[in-house]
Design a protein around this ligand. Structure first.
Ligand SMILES: CCCCC/C=C\C/C=C\C/C=C\C/C=C\C/C=C/C(=O)SCCNC(=O)CCNC(=O)[C@H](O)C(C)(C)COP(=O)(O)OP(=O)(O)OC[C@H]1O[C@@H](n2cnc3c(N)ncnc32)[C@H](O)[C@@H]1OP(=O)(O)O
Ligand SMILES: Cc1cc2nc3c(=O)[nH]c(=O)nc-3n(C[C@H](O)[C@H](O)[C@H](O)COP(=O)(O)OP(=O)(O)OC[C@H]3O[C@@H](n4cnc5c(N)ncnc54)[C@H](O)[C@@H]3O)c2cc1C
Length: 634
């Protein structure tokens, strides 16, 4: 007799009469039906392996045991890579990120940096000969690498890195040294115990001249014993410069000194997708829980309502739900730009480099900061149970908020974006993503609150805020301030302009994708509602920017507020169906609050029972500490 599959009755009701094809949205997010099939096959292949399951919840292990357990599983995953039904690269991409990877490696992947930065650095900056020598070894895992750039004293300011690589023309060797405590490489993932090689970013000195930061391949540990090589703490010998800038002792300048920053650009592009995956998990958990959880009284005398029926809860969860689509579509556009720019760069055409740098900084900063804020709202929307470690919100939040700092601290990246915008606006020259800055904004300044009208408002704000920032810079200049002081004193305006640019890109990506996409009418309807909700939400959140830069009136704002709450009500009935379309398995969500069947309370109870403290009625510490206290008659 087949066991009746439990489904929470409220969730069951939410799923009845879904007006759109969930699989159509799943395929859209995966990149097509074939990709969905491939993903599901890969998920089955990985998640069915009993050896990859945690015997006890990771939170109850010691630091060292957590490391050992994650390393055990990471190594097992690498063995499974060879036989993966999806092929090596799609499998690696899935295993390195916030989706399938974090379902197995909940505390982090000790081998992530090897694939996410070490190999990309070799591919992006190594010579053909160097790639021939190291790439096969890296792909075969005969070496484990990391990317060692950040030091105790410097993470942001790369031109201030202290680690030095001095070229000795007599021996044709580079001597790497960390001249001070603050020069110690600090933060690189896997550097502590896992990697035996590293790409080390160091200031290149040759013939007494500093040529700036360059990547060097350095062996850290003995390949057999894994012991650190002699002098590894403060003196590294025998590194090799990864790139071909030293020709027979003479330094040959690269076509662009920033090409040595290319690895970071790659990860910034990838991070946008990764934080979006984490946000999808958080929204799924919070949405399903909000339709299972019944609390308080909406209509006097009635049964306690689903908390999702409170407009306040819809206001918490539907903008992040819409954001997952907005960020995914924008990340897809950025990924395409990355590939185009990279292919051009390989042919020596650097024209798109400033666009790629500007946009990757903008989207990485926007997606990571917005996702972190939205994940925290999702956590709070689940009340006390959202605070529990087993809810998975603490881990998801930790992963997303880290992305606000690594790969370029967000404020610093916003200022990079502003530099690119000001230059483009002033020089009236520029590339792909800033065309709106070239020439004057045309058309009437009147406001219409249609989708197209709202996009025009975003464009006006993006242009207007750059002009406000430029006016501030010019004002400081007229007062005789040096350019660097003027820049620092305009930082608030510059960051606002950068953020408005990033939002415009996301909004246009979402609107254009719906125009171009081959979507069924029901899917187009629900995605258009989400699109309109999201662009109005952001406008209401940042209304000051729009008042400053357009003829937006109080009446317009009241109208948009009404439209916003109407859209909350319109989308509410499809919230569970939309998160079901993400097709995130329970093992990927890893949360009793978000499971497909909605059996929340039993799963919470079962999770609590796993705690070591719940294995006995009286913990031994009672007799050691509490009982003496009770008897001490203080
Ligand atoms: C197998 C596939 C794997 C798939 C993976 C799947 C999932 C992975 C998911 C998530 C990732 C997982 C884990 C996370 C990975 C790693 C953990 C974290 C790693 C790190 O944090 S590594 C260290 C990161 N550190 C930084 O980012 C440092 C930030 N600082 C800087 O970048 C620079 O200092 C600066 C802020 C840009 C300033 O540089 P500076 O040299 O001073 O230049 P400026 O004077 O400001 O500008 C001069 C000029 O140069 C242009 N510029 C600057 N940077 C770039 C660039 N990168 N590219 C192009 N151009 C650049 C700038 O625009 C100026 O141009 P002008 O024309 O205006 O002169
Ligand atoms: C989880 C995690 C993983 C990491 N992994 C790696 C890794 O694998 N390899 C690696 O090399 N590094 C790694 N890092 C380090 C990371 O790249 C740096 O922490 C990051 O670049 C920020 O630099 P910082 O720590 O020096 O911060 P700082 O730059 O010192 O930031 C401190 C404050 O100063 C402000 N500030 C700095 N410069 C400016 C400016 N010009 N204008 C205005 N304000 C400014 C910042 O906005 C911030 O508010 C990792 C970090 C984390 C958190």
């Amino acid at each position: 007799m087949s066991k009746e599959i439990y489904e929470n009755p409220d969730l069951k009701k939410e799923r009845q009469n879904c007006p759109f094809n969930k699989e159509e949205i799943t395929h859209l997010l995966d990149g097509g039906k074939e990709k969905t099939i491939e993903r599901k096959q890969l998920e089955n292949y990985i998640l069915s392996d009993e050896q990859l399951k945690d015997a006890v919840p990771m939170e109850y292990l010691s630091h060292a045991d957590k490391y050992a357990e994650e390393l055990r599983k990471a190594c097992l995953l690498m063995h499974k890579l060879a036989d993966s039904p999806a092929g090596q690269v799609p499998t690696l991409r899935a295993l390195m990120g916030a989706g399938l990877g974090s379902a197995v490696l909940k505390e982090g992947n000790p081998l992530a940096l090897h694939y996410v930065m070490f190999i990309p650095a070799l591919m992006g900056q190594g010579t053909i000969d160097q790639q021939a020598k190291w790439l096969e070894k890296a792909y075969n895992l005969n070496m484990i690498g990391t990317y060692a750039q950040t030091e105790l004293g410097h993470g942001t300011f790369l031109r201030g890195l202290e680690t030095r690589a001095t070229y000795d023309p007599k021996t044709q060797e580079f001597i790497l040294e960390s001249p001070s405590l603050t020069a110690y490489k600090w933060w690189p993932g896997s550097l502590g115990k896992t990697a035996n090689y590293a790409v080390v970013m160091a200031q290149l000195y040759t013939k007494g001249k500093c040529e700036g930061t360059h990547p060097f391949m350095v062996q850290l540990r003995d390949e057999e014993t894994h012991e650190p090589l002699p002098g590894i703490v403060n003196m590294w010998l025998n590194p090799v410069c990864i790139s071909s800038y030293i020709h027979y002792g003479t330094y040959v300048k690269p076509t662009n000194s920033k090409l040595s920053y290319a690895t970071m650009v790659f990860v910034r592009v990838v991070v946008c997708q990764d934080v979006t995956t984490n946000l999808r998990k958080a929204v799924t958990i919070a949405t399903r829980y909000s339709c299972v959880r019944r609390q308080s009284e909406l209509k006097p005398g009635d049964r306690e309502p689903q908390v999702m029926d409170y407009q306040a809860q819809q206001n918490k969860l539907l903008p992040p739900l819409a954001a997952t689509f907005a960020f995914q579509l924008a990340a897809d556009h950025l990924w395409n730009l990355y590939h185009t720019a990279n292919n051009n760069i390989e042919q020596g055409d650097l024209e798109l480099l400033p666009d790629l740098h500007g946009l990757s900084c903008a989207l990485k900063a926007l997606c990571s900061s917005e996702a972190a804020n939205f994940v925290e709202v999702c956590r709070q929307s689940c009340g006390g149970h959202g605070y529990m470690s087993c809810s998975n919100f603490p881990r998801i939040y930790g992963q997303v908020t880290a992305a606000e700092t690594y790969e370029g601290e967000n404020t610093v990246l916003w200022l990079q974006v502003a530099r690119y915008l000001v230059k483009t606006r002033k020089e009236q020259s520029g590339g792909l993503s800033v065309k709106y800055l070239i020439g004057e904004e045309k058309g009437p300044k009147t406001v219409d609150t249609t989708l197209e009208g709202i996009v025009k408002l975003y464009r006006r704000a993006a242009v207007g805020l750059v002009d406000v920032a430029i006016a501030e810079l010019d004002k400081s200049g007229r007062k005789g301030e040096a350019p660097h002081d003027a820049w620092n004193h305009a930082a608030v305006y510059l960051i606002k302009a950068a953020q408005a640019h990033a939002r415009l890109f996301v909004v246009e990506s979402f609107v254009d994708s719906l125009k171009e996409g081959k979507l069924s009418a029901p899917v187009r309807t629900v995605l258009s509602q989400l699109c309109e909700l999201f662009i109005i939400y952001w406008l209401l959140e940042r209304s000051g920017d729009f008042f400053l830069c357009s003829n937006l009136t109080k009446q317009d704002l009241l109208l948009l507020n009404s439209k916003y709450v109407e859209l909350l009500a319109a989308i509410r009935p499809q919230a569970v169906n939309l998160v079901d379309s993400f097709d995130l398995r329970d093992e990927v969500l890893n949360s009793p609050l978000g499971c497909w069947d909605g059996n929340v309370y039993q799963r919470l109870f079962d999770e609590a029972a796993k705690s070591p403290l719940n294995q006995s009625n009286v913990h031994e510490s009672f007799h050691k500490y509490l009982k003496p206290l009770l008897k001490s008659n203080l």
